[in-house]
Every structure is written in structure tokens, then in C-alpha cells.
Design a protein around this ligand. Structure first.
Ligand SMILES: *[C@@H]1O[C@H](CO)[C@@H](O)[C@H](O)[C@H]1NC(C)=O
Length: 285
């Protein structure tokens, strides 16, 4: 009880879990981020205040990747990828894995409810907001062949299928459905765009898919990876081309490095950065 009093005096408490007088969780908010102090007299018995754990809200968004951090190279990989995304968007995703000899199931954690059964009952998501990253514009795939028996652009396939799947998240508004978007949007990360023309292409593709699926204009939100020189030198034009959808600009360091090498290798010998005295001796500088 003393502990609760002190907390309330020191910081604005935002809510509690369990009984008001004997809560098993107290949550605080700072700059819009939540901190939950979990209290459990049984499992927290080494602590005189009974504190079992402190959960700090962080990593507000997570990218589910169709691109470089996975290796989806054939039709089976792509289907598995789309199936995982389907589970995440329907809220019924399950992953079964072995921990030692024990089989465990990972699933999506439901929302946390604070101040239950009071006028200011509050609900916080227990999950970070999911973005889906499509592959870049240059890749083709044989998952679908066109009329001429040629591979189709993989980025367009990713866009169409993952957005179609994400409509589940927008349509099922049942109270206990595990939802991703809190605002009725679908969040996309588009990598490897080379300058404003390619950003315009992405915007047009989003318009076309919204029309096809009868989604309100600008339901699709896009984060731009700034990782190619033509994007970096003309970032303001890239922002203008996507201003109604843009949710972030992020630097990708691997593609950035590749692009630097590719662009600079034609320009003649380079002087390395951060040369120390020993290196200068070796290179005779
Ligand atoms: C930046 O992009 C705009 C729009 O595509 C174009 O008109 C302009 O020439 C570009 N500037 C540079 C420096 O590439």
C-alpha cells in the first residue's frame, strides 16, 4: 500500500490491473510510452515490494519481411510467407517450436486491460504495430507467369497479396479480435527505390490496389527506405510524391553500402576514411 502511495505521488499513474487495492500491475505513461510494474507476492517474493517484473514499452513497430532478412526464393517459400502474414492479420497466428525437448506454441498476446470494470477502462495493445516489407522493384518471380509465359514483377505480387490479406485486419472489428492497425490502415515498407520516379510508381500502385479492393483512398501507408543515392539527393521530391501515405523514412545500411561501392567504383582510387598514423605509413600518405 505504501508503495502504491509513493508511486502515485511521484508519477502520474495511468492505470492498474487486478483489484484496485491489491493490484498485480500498475502502469505509468511517459512521452506516450507505457511502463508496467508487475506485482506478485508469490513469484516476486525476493523483493520486499513484491515486484516481479518491469515491462517497458519499446519497439513500437516491427517489420514482417518479404525482402532481404528472409530467403523466400520459390513458390513454396512465398506461400509460407503469405500464410504467416495471413495468421498475423487474422490474429490467429501460431508458431510451434521446440525448446529443448518441450514443444511450445507462440501466439499473439491479447490486449492488456487496465482499470477493469470502471468508467476509465483502458486497453493497450500487447503487440508492436506490424509493417509488411515488399521486395524491391527489380525482382521477378515465377510464382505467377504472364500470358507470354514470363515471370511477373515480384514487388507487385507482394503488394497485391499482402494487402488483400491485410483487409482481414480492417474488416473484422470484433472487440476481442487481435487487431494490428488501431487506425484502419495497412502499413508497407518499400525498399530500394531509386529516386522520385520510383516513389511515384509506388504511389500509383497503391492507388490501383485501393481501387481494386475498394479501400478508401490512402488506406495504404508507406515507409520509404532511403538507401539509394538517387533517393537521398532528392529526398524532398520523394516525400512530395508520397506525402499522403508517408509514415517514415529509414536508412538501410546494406543497400546503401552496395550503392556507394557501385557508384564510386567508376570514379578512380579512393582515400579511405579514418586512416590512423599506422595506416598512413603503410599507404605512404
Ligand atoms: C528531383 O526530382 C524532381 C522530380 O522528379 C526532378 O524534377 C528534379 O530534377 C530532381 N532533382 C535532382 C537533383 O535530381
Amino acid at each position: 500500500m505504501k508503495l502504491l502511495l509513493i508511486f502515485n505521488l511521484l508519477i502520474n499513474s495511468f492505470g492498474h490491473q487486478g483489484d484496485k487495492d491489491v493490484p498485480h500491475g500498475i502502469v505509468f505513461v511517459h512521452h506516450g510510452l507505457h511502463i508496467e510494474i508487475q506485482i506478485d507476492r508469490k513469484n516476486g517474493r525476493n523483493d520486499i515490494a513484491g515486484i516481479k517484473d518491469v515491462i517497458i514499452e519499446s519497439a513500437l513497430t516491427t517489420i514482417v519481411d518479404c525482402e532481404d532478412s528472409i530467403a523466400a526464393v520459390d513458390v513454396y517459400d512465398k506461400i509460407q510467407l503469405y500464410r504467416n502474414w495471413l495468421g498475423l492479420m487474422k490474429g490467429n497466428f501460431e508458431a510451434r517450436l521446440m525448446q529443448g525437448h518441450k514443444a511450445i506454441v507462440r501466439e499473439l498476446r491479447p490486449d492488456r486491460i487496465y482499470n477493469p470494470k470502471t468508467d476509465n477502462e483502458l486497453r493497450l495493445s500487447s503487440r508492436s504495430l506490424l509493417f509488411i516489407r515488399h521486395v524491391g522493384r527489380l525482382l521477378y518471380t515465377d510464382v505467377i507467369l504472364n500470358n507470354d509465359n514470363q515471370e511477373i514483377p515480384q514487388g507487385i505480387l507482394d503488394a497485391l497479396i499482402t494487402i488483400l490479406i491485410a483487409v482481414h485486419d480492417l474488416n473484422d472489428r470484433a472487440k476481442d479480435k487481435i487487431k494490428n492497425s488501431r487506425k484502419g490502415s495497412i502499413y508497407i515498407v518499400k525498399p530500394k527505390q531509386h529516386g522520385p520516379e520510383e516513389v511515384t510508381f509506388t504511389s500509383h500502385l497503391c492507388n490501383r490496389i485501393e481501387d481494386l479492393l475498394k479501400l478508401p483512398r490512402h488506406t495504404l501507408k508507406v515507409g520509404i527506405m532511403d538507401e539509394e543515392r538517387r533517393t537521398t539527393i532528392n529526398l524532398s521530391a520523394c516525400i512530395r510524391e508520397s506525402e499522403d501515405r508517408l509514415v517514415f523514412i529509414n536508412t538501410g545500411f546494406l543497400d546503401r553500402t552496395g550503392d556507394e561501392i557501385h557508384t564510386s567504383m567508376e570514379a578512380g582510387p579512393l582515400i579511405q576514411k579514418n586512416l590512423n598514423e599506422k595506416h598512413k605509413l603503410v599507404y605512404g600518405l
